[in-house]
Design a protein around this ligand. Sequence first.
Ligand SMILES: [Zn+2]
Length: 219
Amino acid sequence: MAVFATWNAFNDIFNVKRSGLFVRAGWDLPWAQQLTPREQLLKTLYETTTRVEDDDAFDSFTQQDLLDYLGTHSPRVLFVGYGGTDDWAHEGKYDLVLQAAHQDDQFISELWNTMQSVPAYHDKVTFIVTTDHGRGSGLEQWKNHDKDIDGAENIWIGVIGPDTPPLGEMANVPRVTQSQIAATIAALLGQDYRAADPRAAPPLPVARGWTGSSIPPAK
Ligand SMILES: [Zn+2]
């Protein structure tokens, strides 16, 4: 598994010291001794670019670091955390939120096409695209998110992959929650997360064969 994220908190979220996972997050990345010219350029940009947020690097930098990695590695599970839209929203710059969202769309598309071009991944990869929180709305509250801001609890989850029927935007389905993503990842890899931890939420109904009528009951 590999983790690429702009927010340096992912070092703690993935508990690097205990898990030993390969994590590259934030501005201060663990660079190798020997770097290719491209890696050296990227390192220089990481070190010399003026930061908007001290704990959140730019999506464009993380994307290039990730593409480098995928040129020589084939992780079975990949986590990518883009932070640009959140940064610009906290800055109150709505035009740049839209620009960052559009750019992140391009990054996800680029990542999808890059992986589809590799035989080991072709038609075998599922992307689960989501957000860790919503935001408020109205003239001021869209800038922030916390437990006291109405609407910040609402998120969306998009799934695309060979086992997932293309059902489009789904409405009138029972409530699904972020807590179901872990078991969903496990299920798509042929594992039963709830067998290991019965307290875990059930997987999302995104596997092959699901037609919209057999959502597992929420518990
Ligand atoms: Zn935020």
